[in-house]
Ligand binder design. Structure first.
Ligand code: 5AD
Ligand code: SF4
Length: 462
């Protein structure tokens, strides 16, 4: 039996897809295919955070239905499945089942029930042990909580993924150990509000917060790095920041969604913090980890956003100098409180687009300035990929601060940790020279961020 799966949206959806693939492999003997015509089962794992991809869903279902072989099933999963439920089958009768984002552990059950719609928003699979993903490679995702208790006024996710429940700590530690035993070097902890971990468990559970969980996971032998996404700025207390800074297993790259730099807009977004709070947390973080990599999400054109509000966002961008930026034009979503605003409060699409372009241009300038500063710096790179052929040879991987670095003329083993000096930039990417390979303990003990003013050109190292 062959499975074709298309995954849209965030890392959480990727993790859900990985779980479904593993369940279908172990319990129903499916193997993956990239050829839709060969597939016995077609899964579309959807995102509903903005309107556009949701709108495209029905034309996609139509195209898949035309291409599929006779008897092949189509299942719609994920956030749009939670959001639209049986409406999907009514509108697209070629769909065989609908499986909500909170119900992925039921994938093998819905398969057997014609026209099943399984979108129970109160369903709790926080203690479900999924079949393990084979061949995880060197990086694995670990879901530490389901759902989200926040009520950001623009966000549909609490509606599609339900209330927040944390996965028990012992289950996480045993899953993490399994990953490491199979060769995983880097774990990405996932949660809609990841640093609110421990707020609620399904059953009685010793009190554990996010910082304690990080500490416990970082003690697993053989684990090199832990990353996590997305933390909420509101829950970034000093204890967490100090652990982040001092624990060598915690990678020094962090995503901290800003959403807006205007305190007035943040209030309307119900984010629970203002511009000053955000800048204060960043200042504390930078004082503890001077070359920390910081990423963010920003929404422009939120209802009532004035030119001054937008300038506040530009100011925060200039002050923080984010290393990565995901930026979006506000998209009104049903089941959110901002959806109820009067139409007169909306920002015109032209103004929003123009602001998005200004924001992205400023970010490009920041990035090119920061890329120049990288030259001469030393990073420990966990190798994720390499290429060798047609007279060319290179390897690539990420620094602790999450920068993608390409090492020319050196074929490094995937999963190895190498010390690299940044030599130049090419098309916005960082290029480096191999210095030497490090053992896990050497890598954890070594400092990454020192300037090396002398760059020695080396020949081909392959
Ligand atoms: N419109 C535009 N962007 C949104 N996001 C969430 N909801 C909306 C919306 N209604 C963005 C936020 C979030 C990221 C995953 O998507 O920036 O952090
Ligand atoms: Fe992920 Fe949110 Fe999209 Fe759901 S709606 S897939 S949680 S980004």
């Amino acid at each position: 039996m062959k499975l074709f799966i298309q995954t849209l949206g965030c890392a959480m959806n990727e993790r859900d897809s990985a779980h479904m693939i593993a369940e279908l492999r172990d319990k129903k003997h499916y193997t993956l295919t990239n050829d839709i015509k060969q597939a016995d089962l077609i899964l579309i794992n959807t995102c509903s955070v903005r309107e556009k991809p949701e709108k495209k869903l029905f034309s996609e279902i139509g195209a898949f239905a035309k291409e599929k072989k006779a008897g092949a099933k189509i299942g719609v999963c994920g956030c749009t499945a939670s959001h639209l439920g049986e409406e999907i089958i009514k509108k697209a009768p070629s769909v065989d089942f609908v499986l909500g984002a909170r119900n992925v552990s039921k994938i093998t059950q819905v398969l057997e029930r014609p026209k099943a719609v399984e979108v129970d928003i109160d369903y709790d699979d926080s203690t479900y042990v999924f079949a393990s993903s084979q061949g995880m490679g060197i990086k694995a995702h670990l879901n530490i909580s389901i759902g989200c208790d926040k009520k950001c006024s623009y966000c549909i996710v609490p509606f599609t993924r339900g209330k927040e429940i944390s996965v028990p700590t012992d289950l996480l530690i045993s899953e993490a150990k399994k990953c490491v035993a199979s060769g995983v070097k880097e774990l990405l902890l996932l949660g809609q509000n990841v640093n609110n971990y421990g707020v609620r468990f399904s059953h009685s559970h010793p009190k554990t917060n996010f910082t304690q969980l990080l500490r416990a996971l970082s003690e697993i032998d053989g684990l090199y790095r832990i990353r996590f996404t997305s933390p909420h700025p509101l829950h970034m207390d000093d204890e967490f920041l100090e652990e982040f800074a001092s624990n060598p297993v915690i990678a020094k790259g962090i995503h901290i969604p800003l959403q807006s730099g205007s305190s007035q807009i943040l209030k309307m977004m119900r984010r629970g913090y203002d511009k000053q709070w955000y800048l204060n947390r960043i200042a504390k973080l930078k004082s503890l980890v001077p070359n920390v990599g910081i990423g963010t999400d920003i929404i422009v054109g939120f209802p009532t956003e004035s030119e001054q509000d937008f300038e506040d966002t530009m100011e925060v961008l200039s002050l923080v100098e984010f290393d990565t930026l995901y930026s979006f034009v506000y998209s009104p979503r049903p089941h959110t409180s901002a959806f109820e605003y009067d139409k007169s409060m909306l920002v015109s699409p032209e103004v929003a687009k123009e602001r998005l372009a200004r924001l992205q241009n400023l970010h490009k300038e920041i990035l090119s300035k920061k890329a120049q500063l990288e030259i001469g710096r030393i990073h420990n790179v966990l190798i994720e990929n390499h290429y060798n052929g047609e007279g060319q040879c290179w390897s690539e991987g990420r620094s602790s601060s999450n920068k993608l670095i390409k090492i020319l003329d050196k074929k490094c083993e995937i999963g190895s940790i190498v010390k690299v000096e940044i030599t130049h930039n090419e098309g916005g990417g960082l290029m480096g020279r191999f210095i030497n390979e490090l053992s896990l303990s050497e890598a954890l003990a070594s400092k990454e961020y020192f300037q090396n003013p002398i760059y020695i050109q080396e020949g081909a190292l392959c």
